[in-house]
Write a protein that binds this ligand. Structure first.
Ligand SMILES: [Zn+2]
Length: 170
């Protein structure tokens, strides 16, 4: 069972609400937020799409979201981005945001040869790293008796990650 604890002290200026994601299983209580790098938060908004916002160091999730199989794995992927992004400098983060926006709004062919190279280095590599981190961490939790994706086998998770990655590797 997953419990979403909303922050009561809401000083946000937008619709995003600070949340704590708690996984409950018998006597086990696991705070998913504890995996986040320092200063990072998870926020929730009704019509959001799941994504990482490296500028504000936050992960945005829709509401509802975590009641569907595979979505906890996706949240772990976004936390993986947070961890990967924490090793990048500001210029790299800005460049990555620019390339991601251009790619998603105008398509892969809008990138110059040089931009394509940078896209592979900054975007595709961080996608790979973030999925790798998500798979490793979900598996580690599972090995310790904490199964955050009970209806998916390790192979299912690998397949999911590869499907998502394939969309970047045209
Ligand atoms: Zn990603």
């Amino acid at each position: 069972m997953i419990d979403i604890v909303k922050s009561t002290d809401q000083s946000q200026y937008d619709d995003f609400q600070l949340v704590e994601v708690v996984f409950l299983n018998g006597n086990t209580r696991f705070l998913v937020n504890s995996l986040l790098p320092t200063f990072w938060t998870i926020v929730q908004a009704p019509n959001a799409r799941i994504h990482t916002d490296p500028d504000r160091k936050r992960i945005v999730i829709p509401n509802p979201y975590l009641n569907q199989s595979g979505n906890m794995f996706s949240l772990f992927h976004e936390i993986g981005h947070g961890i990967v992004d924490d090793t990048k400098n500001e210029m790299e983060i800005e460049e990555e945001i620019f390339l991601r926006d251009k790619y998603s709004q105008l398509g892969p062919n809008s990138l110059s040869a040089m931009e394509k190279n940078r896209f592979r280095m900054l975007v595709v590599d961080s996608e790979k790293e973030a999925w790798k981190w998500a798979l490793k961490t979900i598996t580690n939790c599972r090995d310790r008796g904490l199964d955050l994706e009970p209806s998916l086998t390790k192979n299912d998770l690998k397949k999911l990650a590869n499907q998502k990655l394939a969309s970047y590797l045209r």
